[in-house]
Unconditional design. Structure first.
Length: 181
């Protein structure tokens, strides 16, 4: 049995220096997400590791554990010219890039994921979608969030994506709150 509730695990300390740099997706080793996140935080980088609380059933007990929402990735702000401290951090494999060019993550996409996680609504991983109707949530705690509208078993969801990772999350929503873009 698996059920999930998503919550953010992120650094609250933000230096002025890191605020001006873009977000990058950092590939991390399996099972080392939290330690890589903590290391980057100790090094003074703003990082964001979205996690979901997942309930696991064993034969003798039920346990709630945090699992990354985007397995194998976390997000970090840094100067792309000074990437060596990131690449040498324990648990880090690489930074998402095209050849030797680092690919920044869209600021709005990271902010959307943060807002979805902070809303305390049920958020779950969702297959990445390229096609579909783009919508904006007009009312409620998620007002202003944009995504793709999908229908699953007569329930509507807004899917928000991290384009360069080709990963998405979905949140259930009442369609009367939506406006097509």
């Amino acid at each position: 049995m698996v059920s999930s509730q998503v919550r953010p695990l992120e650094s609250q300390a933000v230096s002025l220096q890191t605020q001006t740099h873009p977000w990058f997706a950092v590939m991390i080793r399996c099972g080392q997400a939290k330690s890589a996140s903590k290391t980057l935080e100790r090094l003074g980088y703003e990082q964001f590791l979205p996690v979901q609380a997942v309930r696991r059933q064993w034969s003798d007990r039920v346990k709630v554990i945090d699992e990354p929402l985007f397995p194998g990735y976390l997000f970090c702000r840094f100067d792309p010219q000074d990437r060596l401290p990131i690449l040498t951090a324990p648990g880090v494999i690489s930074i998402v890039s095209f050849g030797k060019t680092l690919l920044p993550v869209d600021e709005g996409e990271v902010e959307t994921i943060r807002r979805l996680l902070g809303s305390r609504t049920r958020v779950s991983p969702h297959p990445y979608l390229k096609a579909g109707k783009r919508v904006r949530i007009e009312r409620g705690a998620l007002a202003g969030v944009e995504g793709i509208l999908v229908e699953v078993r007569n329930e509507y969801r807004v899917v928000a994506s991290i384009t360069i990772l080709q990963r998405s999350v979905a949140v259930e929503i009442d369609p009367v709150r939506l406006r097509l873009l």
